[in-house]
Design a protein around this ligand. Structure first.
Ligand code: AMP
Ligand code: MG
Length: 499
């Protein structure tokens, strides 16, 4: 079965990456799935993109976004990249199950539209080119959750499914996530051409990224940054964006389960949601990927892993930067930019920037594995009540205190915190904290419940979670259960690379 072209899909396709040519990608067709069905349409994002509102409503749209038909004007492809996986050079990888339909103009600029799980490509190696319903729901929900939290990420436009069997640890069914980003370029794309000595292609790729996606680099290089070395400025930009992204991850308690260099975006977007997790109890050593037996990607290691990955990118760009000392000095900036970004992010959570208070607090929380999202939300409410002085502050503080077993240690920290807050407009601080400490995050068990229901054909939990996670700082009265402590069974959920 080959996909058939359709003409009624109202998007304007405008090739950009594909113009780089066949050293970079292979044109191919998705492999259609049988009896496809809708799981979710992100109408909210469709409107943000400024795409025609009928875009997801036709039968043709279902065909197009499940890989069963090709929209008129689209010329699908899969791209080649390489990468380091779990610290080891893995050689050539590539889009093994993601097929880009093409690029489309939008209110957010040019967007690559990619179908994840649309069938095998020349880069599938031994894989089947498919994605299962379980992992597709997780990616779909989490990318929107991250966006709702204000964290840079790829986005998701819609989710379709099929009864086709897919073999993983057990037999599951197939799904396709339609995801978008200005570019899905990874560190691994640059490593691919650099490692094989294809310097002309490396430069072509870097010039493409600079012209299409990082235009500020040219301006900064022209102004003399890094002696006008535009590739050094490019590396600097990726270092800065990565520092910002990982600081946001850490602050919200997010772990990316597979921080391989092929899963690191050149634009500093959270990319490839597999075995990710938002922390429940605060355990800095938490490993969210069942397959990661060494804990390489444990929560507390992620900032250093990002630095390691940036070194791989620096090495890949070295032939273009052509100045080893400069390359190293750019990479070194991460050592100060990351802690600075983290201080700011944690400062927004605490309401004031105070590294000593944060360090003491996190030690206290780690000792007892205090629930991370719940603590911050309740602390925000307590500070707001403290500022309002309506008499509700005592009970608001009690709710926070009750999260700790070592109450005397908590009391000491609270006294120090109140003293530090005393110099500020406490009401205003409380308001700001509520806008930076989400009520709703995609805890594993919430995703799990949505997956279980979806497996029986009920997608209502996907709908509900999308609504809550798209505005996670709002109260959403009636949905308190989604913001509570996880049930006991949540700790037994095992998420692996198998997706
Ligand atoms: P990941 O661990 O998902 O980042 O994938 C690592 C590499 O394996 C990438 O090149 C993926 O495209 C490829 N891959 C993962 N799963 C599959 C699959 N089911 N079929 C084909 N390729 C896959
Ligand atoms: Mg990947």
């Amino acid at each position: 079965m080959r996909p058939v072209p359709i003409e009624s899909q109202p998007l304007v396709w405008n090739p950009c990456f594909a113009n780089l040519g066949e050293d970079f990608l292979t044109h191919l067709q998705p492999t259609p799935l049988p009896e496809t069905y809708w799981i979710h349409k992100n109408q909210h994002f469709l409107r943000t993109l400024g795409w025609p509102t009928e875009g997801l409503n036709s039968a043709d749209a279902l065909l197009a976004f499940s890989g069963c038909a090709i929209p008129e004007g689209a010329k699908p492809f899969a791209s080649v990249y390489s990468g380091h996986q779990f610290g080891v050079w893995a050689g050539q990888l590539g889009d093994g199950r993601a097929i880009t339909l093409g690029e489309v103009d939008s209110a957010l600029g040019l967007q690559e539209v990619q179908l994840k799980g649309a069938g095998p490509t020349p880069y599938s190696r031994r894989g089947d080119g498919r994605a299962v319903l379980r992992s597709s729901i997780r990616e779909y929900l989490c990318s929107e959750a991250m966006h709702g939290l204000g964290i840079p990420t790829t986005r998701a436009l819609c989710l379709t499914g099929s009864p086709q069997s897919v073999r993983r640890e057990e037999i599951e069914t197939a799904a396709v996530v339609t995801r978008t980003a200005p570019s899905f370029l990874r560190f691994g794309h640059f490593e691919h051409f650099s490692s094989s000595g294809q310097t002309a292609q490396l430069q072509k790729l870097a010039d493409h990224a600079l012209a299409e996606h990082l235009p500020e680099c040219k301006v900064r290089a022209s102004a003399g940054e890094h002696n006008g070395n535009i590739y050094a400025v490019m590396l600097q930009t990726v270092c800065d964006r990565t520092a910002h992204m990982v600081a946001q991850w850490q602050a919200v308690g997010f772990c990316h389960g597979v921080m391989n260099t092929d899963n690191m975006s050149i634009l500093g977007l959270t990319l490839d949601y597999g075995p990710f997790q938002f922390l429940d109890g605060f355990n800095p050593r938490h490993i969210c990927n069942h397959t990661d037996s060494q804990g390489r990607y444990a929560y507390h290691r992620q900032p250093n892993v990002a630095y390691w990955n940036l070194f791989c990118l620096g090495q890949a760009l070295a032939p273009l930067i052509n100045d080893q000392d400069l390359t190293v000095s750019v990479l070194e900036t991460y050592k100060s930019s990351f802690p600075m970004a983290l201080d700011q992010a944690m400062g927004r959570k605490l309401g004031i920037v105070d590294r000593a208070l944060i360090d003491q607090l996190l030690q206290l929380m780690a000792k007892e594995q205090v629930d991370y999202p719940l603590f911050w939300r309740q602390l925000s409410h307590a500070v707001l009540a403290q500022g309002a002085q309506t008499g509700s502050e005592a009970s608001a503080w009690t709710l926070v205190r009750d999260l700790f077993l070592d109450r005397p240690a908590w009391d000491i920290w609270q006294q120090d915190y109140l003293r530090a807050l005393g110099e500020h407009d406490v009401s205003q601080v409380g308001q700001s904290m509520l806008a930076h400490n989400p009520k709703f995050v995609l805890r594993n068990h919430l995703a799990e419940i949505a997956i279980r229901k979806a497996k029986s054909g009920d997608f209502s939990e996907v709908d509900t979670l999308m609504t809550l996670l798209q505005s996670p700082f709002e109260e959403h009265p009636g949905y308190e259960a989604y913001a509570q402590l996880p049930p006991a069974w949540a700790s037994s959920i095992e998420i692996s690379c198998s997706s």
